[in-house]
Design a protein around this ligand. Structure first.
Ligand code: F0G
Length: 464
């Protein structure tokens, strides 16, 4: 960097490309056939029929040369693998938790945590739900309550920390049910279903001050913690000069443990863990992990997976990495805004969320507007996106009624270190094409509904 004044310095990725994966180019006719065969559900498309895959940022990152080198250092012992100890050291150093139990991915950790801490009838408050997290809480007999601030349910609201907890909502729950019915508050960083929106450290500290005297734990869903730390660095007064690494450490310090899907922030294709500070909770987790995942030193993973995860954890908290990661998401979001596309704002950490209610105002929620829009985007250009609206929200397990979430979104999730700026341009153009023809979209009807997490496997037909 030089010291000239008033000159432009664009940023670019802090890596160069060593190997490429070739993509298949398809025609609109091919894609029309493929989406019908997939029951208008992008989860049921074959990946080889997809051009730019924005289904998820989960397990889709490009690993670094160091991580690939780590794969070769896999110690595939059944017990006490060297790679487990590397992972344990990374979790202790970077996040500050005392104990770590590896799991095959995030939901493995959610299952164990829910079984350890939740008694039937308990209340689990959280800053919005995540699909698998809430389901494991419910399967353990818990009842989830949303205590996120109201602003989070409004896609157009510009609050800088839409992941914040409304302490008033929590206080109402405590007064109604008693603190003893609330084993922990589940805090997500950043909040996926709200559009990748962060929680502030000020809010987390206030939550800690409220819950600690009541004996209520805070359990983090730390899946995208480095992205949350980036927003704190950029937006929260007093944190502008702090490193992502130190902010990540501080976030964890106000919590009692965490579940992690390492397939996101930690830059691996598979893996997760449960991290804990309490030795009794850890003992319980050790008892359960052998039932559901594997021995407590591998938890369903190969040694090489744990090595790649340990290295990925360190890479994920680099300031340069995070600037490029979120920078790419912001670039795409700005393109969309310039084209007048209604998206969740502020732009979130892991993707762009199109507001289908404003994109397709002529469709009621019963016509699955986000599901229909995701199908149209695929037909237009071969980009694969995901519904995050009424299909994902599912049904109330007690009454069987559909949830009608305020947010009806299509998620364009950006894998880490995978696509280029030119890919972002193609995506923005495709969304604009569909937007110009939006009145032609008529909606869908559901013709098959699975019992659990229906968005993964449900099938739809076009409304004629
Ligand atoms: N928590 C959050 C916030 C998540 O986004 C996910 C996964 C999980 C937990 C579960 O982790 O998949 O490793 O079992 N989210 C993916 C997504 C599936 O596409 O958003 P997992």
């Amino acid at each position: 960097m030089n010291n000239y004044k008033n000159v432009k310095h664009s940023w670019a990725e802090p890596f160069k490309i060593k190997m490429v994966e070739l993509l298949k180019m398809t025609t609109p006719a091919h894609r029309k056939r493929a989406i019908v065969l997939a029951g208008f559900n992008t989860f049921l498309l074959r990946s080889e029929d997809v051009y730019i895959d924005l289904l998820t940022d989960s397990g889709t990152s490009a690993m670094s040369d160091r991580q690939w080198a780590g794969i070769m250092l896999g110690d595939e012992a059944y017990a006490g693998s060297a790679n487990f100890y590397h992972l344990e050291k990374a979790v202790q150093e970077v996040y500050g938790y005392r104990f770590v139990v590896p799991t095959h991915q995030g939901r493995g950790a959610e299952n164990i945590l829910s079984k350890i801490l939740i008694q039937p009838g308990d209340i689990i408050p959280g800053n919005m739900y995540f699909t698998t997290t809430r389901l494991h809480q419910e399967l353990a007999g818990g009842i989830f309550h949303d205590i996120i601030i109201d602003e989070a349910h409004d896609a157009a609201n510009l609050h800088p920390f839409k992941g914040n907890v409304d302490l008033g909502k929590l206080d109402t729950l405590v007064k109604k049910h008693g603190a003893s019915k609330i084993p922990y508050v589940c805090i997500a960083v950043t909040v996926n279903m709200a559009g990748g929106q962060p929680i502030s450290l000020e809010n987390l500290k206030a939550l800690r001050a409220y819950t600690q005297p009541l004996g209520i734990k805070i359990m983090l869903d730390m899946t995208r913690i480095a992205e949350n730390a980036y927003f704190i660095q950029q937006r929260e007064p007093g944190y502008g000069k702090r490193s992502i690494k130190s902010i990540v450490h501080e976030i964890c310090s106000y919590t009692d443990g965490a579940t992690m899907s390492a397939k996101k922030d930690a830059l691996v294709n598979i893996g997760g863990f449960l991290a804990l500070n309490d030795s009794r909770d850890y003992e319980e987790a050790g008892n359960l992990v052998v039932v559901y995942e594997g021995l407590h030193t591998y938890g369903g993973l190969a040694g090489r997976d744990m090595e790649a995860m340990a290295i990925g954890i360190y890479e994920s908290v680099s300031d340069d990495h995070m600037k490029a990661r979120i920078g790419q998401v912001l670039y795409l979001g700005e393109q969309m805004k310039q084209n007048g596309i209604p998206i969740t704002e502020p732009i979130g950490g892991h993707g762009i969320f199109i507001d289908a209610k404003r994109f397709l105002p002529h469709l009621s929620q019963d016509l699955f507007p986000s599901q229909a829009l995701a199908a149209e985007l695929y037909i237009d250009s071969g980009i694969r996106t995901m519904e995050r609206g009424i299909v994902s929200a599912g049904r109330n397990t007690q009454t069987g009624e559909n949830y009608y979430p305020k947010l009806e979104l299509v998620r364009l999730t950006i894998p880490r270190r995978v696509y280029t700026q030119a890919h972002m341009d193609v995506i923005a153009e495709s969304v604009f094409n569909v937007y110009q023809n939006r009145k032609r979209i008529k909606g869908l009807k559901m013709v098959y509904e699975p019992k659990y997490l229906r968005f993964f496997q449900a099938r739809f037909d076009k409304i004629k």
